[in-house]
Design a protein around this ligand. Structure first.
Ligand code: GTR
Length: 356
């Protein structure tokens, strides 16, 4: 089992400087992920426009409902800021997948484990949410492209065409397009965050769009933060059999993971030198916390090329301890697969260092 090296180009040349990385190797790795894993996303259509409505919520919080409108479809996001806000705030953009959407009814309050809106705003951040099902529903069959955005933007059905996770990541970039125009948001301090399938999406969005100043993945596991090679729990075949989240080329590796030209530490490397947070849960064997941490250790190499520390953790890590010393933060909370207030508190502590 040979792990592909971040700092050795396909030509065999050794990458020894950030200039070489940025000029050549980063693009090379990005293109491999596009072609073999997530699929190639289209450009943003030129005729996008925005529309915003404002709703006053409890606790002096204003919710802005922003629509990114195209001729045939639209993407919506909700932005929560203090009502009396006068300055440009750092923000979290949370990618919410279908089950999360269903468990957060904003009309019933603003305090949820997976998105504690009140706490986040209290800590001085705007919080923005984007629901994935409006872009493409999470389809559990082999015919995923009949619905959602694939109806509107040409889906060519090539083996490297974009698939569902890439479409959600693309949606996050469209929300970022809007946030750049929002007077409450500091566009240079927007973190993209997601849990589980949305954690995979947040990582791909962060790799694809350098406007995201920080990236947070919670329990993202297989084809997220976790290394594929040597992983326990979910494998490429499991994920491709159960979902249609990745491009057709990825399915070819179902029984041959070791032949993939990339591994997931290289996805984390694409986020460098920006701050990155990888969080795990101790009982989440399907995602495999050890493998998520191993990926952070390997990705640290690229942060070091920039003269920065990657992840700083001792040999035997302790649960519930935040490791925030480097540019890659890590914690493993005690418990099951899930995004909780405990995680959010630690993410906010880390972003206080880098986005405040
Ligand atoms: C699981 C899937 C994981 C994870 C999770 C989720 O069934 O196998 O990779 O993404 O779903 O998104 O909730």
């Amino acid at each position: 089992m040979k792990i592909p090296e971040i700092l050795t180009a396909l030509s065999g040349e050794r990458i020894t400087s950030t200039a070489m990385w940025e000029k050549h190797r980063r693009d090379e790795i990005y293109t491999l992920f596009e072609n073999f894993v997530y699929g190639v996303a289209p450009e943003c259509p030129k005729d996008m426009r925005f529309s915003v409505k404002t709703i006053e919520r409890e606790h002096n919080i204003t919710q802005k409902k922003a629509d990114m409108i195209f001729p045939n479809f639209k993407i919506s996001a909700d932005i929560f800021v203090p009502t009396e806000n006068t300055k440009k705030l750092p923000a979290y953009l949370l990618c919410m997948h279908q089950f999360e959407e269903d468990s957060c009814n904003i009309d019933e309050g603003l305090d949820f484990e997976i998105v504690p809106i009140l706490d986040i705003v209290e800590r001085g951040y705007a919080i923005v949410t984007m629901k994935t099902s409006q872009i493409c529903p999470d389809v559990f069959t082999n015919e995923p492209y009949g619905d959602g955005i694939f109806k509107w933007i040409d889906y060519s059905k090539r083996d490297n065409s974009w698939s569902i996770i890439a479409s959600w990541a693309w949606g996050l970039s469209r929300v970022m397009d809007y946030l750049q125009t929002d007077e409450d948001i500091d566009e240079s301090r927007v973190a993209v965050i997601g849990h589980s399938r949305s954690g995979k999406t947040a990582l791909w969005a962060g790799a694809s769009d350098k406007r995201f100043a920080m990236v947070v993945s919670n329990d993202s596991g297989c084809t997220g933060a976790a290394m594929t090679r040597g992983k326990k729990g979910e494998h490429v075949k499991d994920i491709n059999d159960a979902f249609h989240w990745f491009c057709e080329n990825y399915i070819k590796y179902n029984d041959d993971e070791d032949m993939l030209p990339i591994d997931q530490h290289m996805l984390l490397a694409l986020i460098a030198p920006r701050p990155l947070y990888v969080a795990s849960s101790s009982l989440d064997e399907w995602a495999d916390p050890d493998s998520e941490l191993r990926s952070c250790r390997f990705a640290s190499e690229i942060y070091e090329l920039y003269g920065l520390d990657g992840v700083i953790v001792p040999e035997g890590i302790e649960e519930n301890i935040p490791y925030h010393g480097g540019m890659i933060a890590y914690h493993c909370k005690t418990g099951e697969h899930g995004l909780t207030k405990q995680d959010w508190n630690l993410f906010l502590d880390f972003s206080d260092i880098h986005l405040k």
